[in-house]
Design a binder for this molecule. Structure first.
Ligand code: NAD
Ligand code: UDP
Length: 310
């Protein structure tokens, strides 16, 4: 197939492009490097079936010729990114989703929206199941991301219901692995790079808040399976292995031999207190579940940061 991936120079999308090339497809990636990096394209650009277009997908999708699949992955995705890039984030979830859906309609292509566990906000239901409608502050600093993704989901369902476009929605939970930016502010790159520099790890608040971390190749496998399934309802993809941020900090310090300990910093506004995916739907409908053990994922991720920070 000929497959278009928006945000191809980013962390998750670059791994997705790699997987699609391995599966034998032609891949066209579009990115404007707002949070992505050319370095992430290096391995892809060696491939004869890969091409790259530099463009802002909130304005145009300048890709000639029909495509069979569109993965709309482009969006700032880290809390510090989307607070610094509020309008870019809002338009990536809204305008770019519309442009991608219109292209899917014109080409008769299948469209997948990269949504997020953030649609559940600070969840009152735990673990989060797809039928839960969420608890989102519509005007808080995170709302530019959460509400744009929620609008993107509504738009995607409307194109499916009223225009008959084949659509898929993946709700991605916290994912980690090589090619995250060391300074993107997310907890895994922050802790890994602090530990490798011998600095104390910055735990926000008391550190009792929980997250559940999925290794990137597991996530990508779930996304590919979802695209090729018949499922038009949203689907959680994530690893239910839940831990507190204090436990994560202790694990990373122990793993790297960092003796600098931890320091506490203020908890950001509206930081969700708990997060863990219910993956029953992915298990039963896609036959998917995460395979990479946490220790192995951390080992690969720390090795990557060791290399780029050297
Ligand atoms: P990332 O920032 O590494 O990748 C996003 C890419 O999109 C970047 O290369 C960026 O330059 C590009 N981009 C953003 N706006 C663009 C625009 N207007 N035009 C062209 N390119 C644009 O982030 P990521 O963590 O790889 O996230 C990828 C997708 O997965 C995002 O949609 C994000 O919301 C979603 N997601 C990720 C996670 C996670 O834990 N990594 C969790 C939930 C959802
Ligand atoms: N966090 C932290 N220290 C950091 C960065 C993040 O304690 O240096 C916490 C943050 O408050 C949140 C969790 O780690 O509770 C995950 O944050 P991240 O930004 O990775 O993703 P989120 O799930 O909040 O989108």
């Amino acid at each position: 197939m000929r497959i278009l991936v928006t945000g191809g120079a980013g962390f998750v999308p670059s791994h997705l492009c790699e997987r699609l090339l391995t599966d034998g497809h032609d891949v066209v990636a579009v990115d404007n490097f707002v949070t992505g990096h050319r370095r992430n394209l290096a391995v892809l650009e060696k491939h004869p079936r890969f091409s790259f277009v530099e463009a802002d997908v909130t304005k145009v999708l300048p890709v000639d010729g029909r495509v069979d699949r569109i993965f709309h992955m482009a969006s700032p995705a880290s809390p510090i990114d989307y607070v610094q890039l509020p309008f870019e984030t809002l338009y990536a979830g809204s305008d770019a989703t519309r442009i991608g859906l219109e292209r899917a309609q014109a080409d008769g292509a299948r469209f997948l929206l990269a949504s997020t566990s953030e649609v559940y906000g600070d969840p009152a239901v735990h673990p989060q199941v797809e039928s839960y409608w969420g608890n989102v502050n519509p005007i808080g600093p995170r709302s530019v991301y959460d509400e744009a993704k929620r609008y993107g989901e509504a738009l995607t369902m409307a194109f499916h219901r009223y225009h008959g476009v084949q659509t898929r929605i993946v709700r991605i939970f916290n994912t980690y692995g090589p090619r995250m930016r060391a300074n993107d502010g997310r907890v895994m790159p922050a802790f890994c790079s602090q530990a490798l520099r011998g600095e104390p790890l910055t735990v926000f608040g008391a550190g009792n808040q929980t997250r559940s971390f999925c290794y990137v190749t597991d996530l990508v496998d779930g996304i590919v399976r979802l695209m090729e399934s018949d499922l038009t309802e949203p689907c959680n993809v994530g690893n239910p292995h839940e831990m507190t941020m204090l436990e994560l900090a202790e694990y990373i310090n122990q793993f790297t031999g960092n003796k600098a300990g931890i320091v506490h910093r203020p908890l950001p506004t509206d930081d969700p207190t708990q997060r863990k995916p219910d993956i029953t739907r992915a298990r039963t409908t896609l036959g998917w579940e995460p395979k990479v053990p946490f220790a192995e994922g951390v080992e690969r991720t720390v090795a990557y940061f060791r290399e780029i920070l050297a």
